[in-house]
Ligand binder design. Structure first.
Ligand code: TYD
Ligand code: MG
Length: 454
């Protein structure tokens, strides 16, 4: 009897070890090694046969002919935008996100809407009846969408051969397993083998594929990093499950920019594309409230205005609490220290709560100025003047640092009827006269505070 060999594989990064170890030497994670059986891969193993058939000759780069990449319109404007103008045939697109965030909904909705293309939707998580129930809620019809509940890689490859689809969806890659590998679905070697086999089919048939992926507790895509290297596009679907807004972010894109984001709203009948985010993210108060500041932010390539809310109150217990939703807590602590040290506000004994309205997470550093303004406004209990928005990154010495895409921010604020905007002094060389908004430039925190609250 042939002796089967087993190795221990780090489930985080895919490093192999002959014996079990507690901490992975490569990625530093603890307790990630799992025993997996090794199967001697035969010569026809997934990726090898694909490479063998392609024997291209090297050519001089200036002789390479470029043809405009054909794109498949997904009938979903926001998704097309994030993909850089639609799906490229033969590409592998990985969509990751927390459980229940709406990955299956997003992809099924697209599968139902995409015009005159045969879609094969393989689900390892739901039965065809469950998919049908969901499909009826979001988009009745769907004549071109075939569904099958399957977890075996070999059977899926068979279905592809028999149905010859124009688009393949696999929900999710962690539930699929190959018979040749003797380890559990979702393990590093299964994911590697299954993705490799699907990749080969995609390239051979020029078939675009959407893979849905789970994420682990740290918020990274579950499985080996090699999964992200193998696919052409990695999209992350994120948002607060208790709020309606979802953001689709591109983390990697071989055919376009990763700066684009798509915004959706989860409704009872599926996801709605949000074309004008500012109008939704601003709550419309009649009277001015203290602790609210409007930031002219840019996420992806799009400017939008978001509302930052702060509540500052005297700490009831010894250690003041700092909590933030949608904004990095460490950055909040840093801004509080800057306000204390450089602008002389005594916040060390205060509880500070910060919230970005709408439940979205913002990475743009230019909302710093709105954060400190909201905190100060709440601290002194004076509302910000109405019709004012701000944009600026705050540095460690209390200076207001320049921000990118300032003209887009000013344009968006002016479009939404704001009367004044405060921006960094160092954003130079801009002709403000073409905007119907009054622009104030500041170089220090105190100057901004004086303009706002004096
Ligand atoms: P789902 O797509 O199953 O999430 P994932 O595949 O990422 O795990 O979506 C989950 C949530 O979305 C579910 O809790 C219900 C909600 N939902 C709606 O609010 N409206 C809808 O039309 C649909 C289909 C789902
Ligand atoms: Mg799902």
């Amino acid at each position: 009897m042939a002796k089967s060999k087993s190795v221990f594989v780090c489930q985080n990064c895919g490093t192999e070890s002959p014996k079990w170890i507690g901490k992975c030497n490569a990625c530093g994670q603890w307790n990630t090694f799992v025993e997996e059986l090794v199967v001697k891969t035969t010569k026809t193993s997934a990726s090898q046969s694909f490479l063998a058939t392609e024997s291209a000759k090297p050519v001089a780069i200036k002789e390479v002919e470029i043809s405009e990449l054909p794109r498949i319109n997904t009938s979903n404007g926001e998704l097309d935008r994030v993909l850089g103008g639609g799906m490229v045939p033969g590409s592998l697109i990985l969509v990751g996100g927390e459980p229940g965030i709406g990955k299956s909904t997003l992809v099924l909705q697209m599968a139902l809407q995409v015009k005159s293309r045969k879609v094969l939707y393989v689900s390892g998580e739901e039965s065809p009846q469950q998919i049908k129930l969901r499909a009826d809620r979001i988009h009745p019809g769907g004549e071109n969408c075939l569904v099958v509940s399957e977890t075996s890689l070999e059977k899926i490859l068979g279905h592809i051969k028999n149905t010859n689809p124009d688009l393949l969806v696999v929900d999710s890659i962690q539930t699929i397993s190959s018979e040749v590998i003797d380890s559990l679905p979702g393990s590093v070697s299964q994911i590697r083998e299954c993705t490799g086999a699907i990749l080969r089919v995609a390239k051979e048939k020029n078939l675009p594929v959407i893979l849905i992926g789970h994420i682990n507790k740290e918020g990274n895509l579950a499985g080996p990093k090699v999964l992200e290297h193998m696919v052409d596009v990695v999209l992350q679907f994120e948002g607060d499950r208790n709020h309606m807004y979802r953001i689709l972010r591109s983390i990697k894109n071989r055919f376009g920019s990763t700066a684009e984001i798509g915004i959706f709203e989860m409704l009872g009948n599926g996801l709605r594309e949000v074309v004008n985010p500012s109008e939704l993210l601003l709550s419309h108060h009649d009277e001015s409230l203290s602790g609210v500041a409007i930031a002219a932010a840019v996420e992806g390539m799009r400017p939008f205005l978001i509302e930052v809310q702060a509540l500052v109150s005297t700490a009831a217990y010894g250690t003041p609490q700092r909590s933030s939703t949608g904004f990095d807590l460490r950055r909040l602590n840093m801004l509080l220290a800057v306000m204390e040290k450089r602008a002389g506000f005594k916040l060390a004994v205060k509880d500070v709560f910060l919230n970005i309205a709408g439940g979205i997470k913002v990475n743009d550093p230019s909302i710093d100025l709105a954060v400190v303004s909201a905190i100060l406004s709440s601290n002194i209990d004076i509302p910000m003047p109405s019709g004012v928005c701000v944009a600026g990154e705050v540095g460690l010495s209390g200076e207001i640092r320049p921000v990118t895409r300032i003209e887009q921010r000013i344009g968006e604020a002016s479009k939404l009827g704001f009367e004044r905007i405060i921006i960094p002094k160092f954003n130079k060389g801009i002709d403000f006269s073409k905007y119907e908004i009054e622009v104030f430039q500041v170089s220090k925190l105190e100057e901004a505070f004086k303009l706002l609250f004096a």
